[in-house]
Design a protein around this ligand. Structure first.
Ligand SMILES: Cc1cc2nc3c(=O)[nH]c(=O)nc-3n(C[C@H](O)[C@H](O)[C@H](O)COP(=O)(O)OP(=O)(O)OC[C@H]3O[C@@H](n4cnc5c(N)ncnc54)[C@H](O)[C@@H]3O)c2cc1C
Length: 551
């Protein structure tokens, strides 16, 4: 891989037919995008686009629990893999899980080399915590429950130091540019000047690292920037998607009238906090032998049923954690105090919230998507690791492992591509379309979309949430089609969100069984013949927007 490149970031603006914006465009500055950027920065020019300010608007920043890796003396990547497979409810890919867990210790070491400082025991060894369904202590954390913030601050600082990485804040990707069946770039828009036309950027490699879909739901723990737009863009480009129906709902988001809903981490239940209803009943004891430490989907449904029956639900930390709350869980403590609750003395009102998407853009072990020129990593990708249910603390790890894998694959790919090209000729190795197809969208977020998006979120939470059934899924599809027609080309954000929501709903309708995070009231048990992943792509005739179910 060449070390000095001819490309000058952002130089395409006057010559967009040919000159690339960089060797690699990365969309999204969460953990997956940052790791990919750092890994690429030694040999490539990278352009990093981020919807919000740099280091903001990412779920990665909000992660409380930690990041998993089998580094304890009593642990091994095989045990970590076995726990991940067990949690995944039958549809995970054991090979890709093996890659995740065996690379985890090295990836933790890379994070430390970039300056990440994990909490340690008194003897200087890493402090390893445990979360539900992990059979060993293998969760590394930073500042107790501030892991995401600790990771992001360090990685953002490392990225800022790299002269080969150019950061564009408040810049949103709207649409991928497909040319001769490969992705050659994208349309983006500066949110500060959103009424100006979209700008076309070209690069031989594009990485989507746009995070999850929580923002499609009314009640979510995700930052408001995580709205499934990467998924919508990829779908529109005809790229293969996988496991869309599998959404994880966190059982204990704080129900305190704040959007997004602050998270009361699972570690609280790990410490002995209990779930009670407004009659003071500890209802989980009747639901599962592990009570509050049952798998997330079971706890989420039990909480949902209590609320649906008209009762309030609380996480009671008074006895288990009590006066130690502030020192043990400073982030949650502050979130509670912001909502006027003293968790050492008062139970915390909670409700299930859309938290994590197991599905996404189908990728292989190198983060490659089904179309050349496009890679995906982090929560927007579906590698097959999480199956129907994610094991806690595996998603930050996935972002690190597969952010790095995508970067390494791109380095190999570009080295080959440039092998025979004269250095001064690299710019023209981009297959930019002539004439350039116009951007599909008139603006990013038209005022007209506010009501539409409110309705979308209501529909998704009510009908594609913790408990689903055929009739309401079909009604949702019908209404979403109406909203899609209404939005047309007016707003890129609304169109991408609606398309992502439509495909998730379609996938939920197609899976006539219950498995992991996907629960169908009309098919309440797993069907052994459906013990496989699901794949979907939009038909060639995109105007019809009809998804083709592949398996
Ligand atoms: C409250 C909370 C707690 C969590 N706790 C844990 C935990 O303890 N351990 C764990 O392993 N996982 C945890 N998770 C899950 C984990 O944080 C995420 O899965 C992971 O951080 C996703 O990383 P990412 O890089 O893929 O996406 P993100 O970190 O979400 O970053 C995506 C980025 O893409 C940007 N973006 C989106 N669309 C566009 C666009 N169109 N154009 C430009 N930019 C765009 C966003 O602004 C954002 O910066 C938690 C999640 C939440 C919400």
């Amino acid at each position: 891989m060449p070390t000095d490149t001819q490309f000058r970031p952002n130089s395409q603006t006057t010559d967009f037919g040919k000159r690339p914006a960089a060797d690699v465009i990365i969309v999204g500055g969460g953990i997956a995008g940052l790791v990919a950027a750092l890994r690429l920065s030694t040999s490539c020019q990278v352009l990093l686009l981020n919807k919000g300010g740099f280091g903001e608007g990412a779920s990665s920043l909000w992660a409380q629990g930690g990041i998993s890796a089998a580094i304890g003396d009593d642990d091994s990547p095989e045990l970590h893999a076995a726990d991940t497979i067990r949690a995944a409810a039958g549809t995970a890919d054991p090979e890709i899980i093996g890659i995740l867990t065996s690379r985890a210790p090295d990836c933790i070491a890379s994070l430390q080399e970039w300056g990440v400082d994990f909490d340690t025991e008194d003897d200087g060894s890493p402090a390893l915590g445990r979360e539900a369904a992990h059979s060993r202590n293998r969760i590394l954390h930073i500042g107790g429950d501030s892991t995401g913030r600790g990771l992001m601050e360090t990685l953002c600082a490392a990225v800022r130091k790299q002269p080969t990485i150019t950061i564009r804040d408040h810049c949103v990707a709207e649409e991928l540019i497909v040319h001769h069946n490969r992705i050659v770039g994208l349309y983006c828009r500066n949110l500060k000047t959103a009424d100006t036309p979209a700008e076309a950027l070209f690069a031989p490699a594009v990485i989507l690292a746009t995070g999850g879909i929580g923002g499609l739901f009314e009640v979510t723990t995700n930052p408001s920037e995580c709205t499934g737009e990467g998924l919508g863009m990829a779908a529109r480009a005809g790229i293969l998607l996988a496991d869309l129906e599998f959404v994880q709902f966190h059982p204990t988001a704080m129900h305190v009238g704040i959007t997004p809903a602050p998270l009361a981490t699972e570690a609280l239940r790990g410490e002995g906090a209990t779930l009670i209803n407004d009659r003071g009943e500890r209802f989980m004891v009747k639901v599962h032998e592990n009570a509050e430490l049952a798998p997330r989907d079971i706890v989420a449904r039990a909480v949902w049923r209590e609320i649906h029956a008209g009762r309030q639900v609380f996480l009671d930390c008074r006895t288990a954690i009590g006066a130690n709350f502030e020192s043990r869980f400073p982030t949650v403590y502050q979130l509670c105090r912001n909502a006027g609750i003293d968790p050492a003395r008062m139970p915390i009102p909670v409700a299930p919230a859309a938290h994590y998407h197991m599905g996404g853009i189908a990728t292989d072990r190198n983060g490659r998507t089904s179309m050349q020129g496009l890679w995906a990593c982090g929560e927007v990708a579906s590698t097959g690791i999480h199956g129907a249910n994610r094991l806690a603390s595996n998603s930050l790890l996935e972002g690190v492992v597969f952010g790095a894998a995508a970067a390494d694959d791109i380095c190999r790919h570009l080295a080959k591509r440039y092998e025979n090209a004269d250095r001064s000729d690299r710019g023209s190795s981009i297959l930019a379309p002539h004439p350039l197809p116009a951007s599909r969208f008139r603006c990013y977020d038209a005022k007209i979309s506010t009501l539409t998006l409110a309705r979308l979120r209501q529909l998704m939470s009510a009908n594609v949430g913790v408990v689903r059934q055929q009739e309401s899924l079909m009604a949702t599809l019908h209404e979403l089609d109406g909203l899609i027609a209404q939005i047309g080309d007016k707003s890129a954000m609304a169109a991408n969100m609606l398309l992502a929501a439509r495909l998730i709903t379609e996938a939920a309708l197609q899976r006539c069984e219950s498995r992991g995070g996907h629960f169908r009231e009309d098919y309440p048990t797993p069907n052994p013949t459906m013990r496989h992943r699901s794949f979907m792509r939009l038909n060639d005739d995109i105007a019809k927007r009809s998804p083709q179910v592949i398996a």
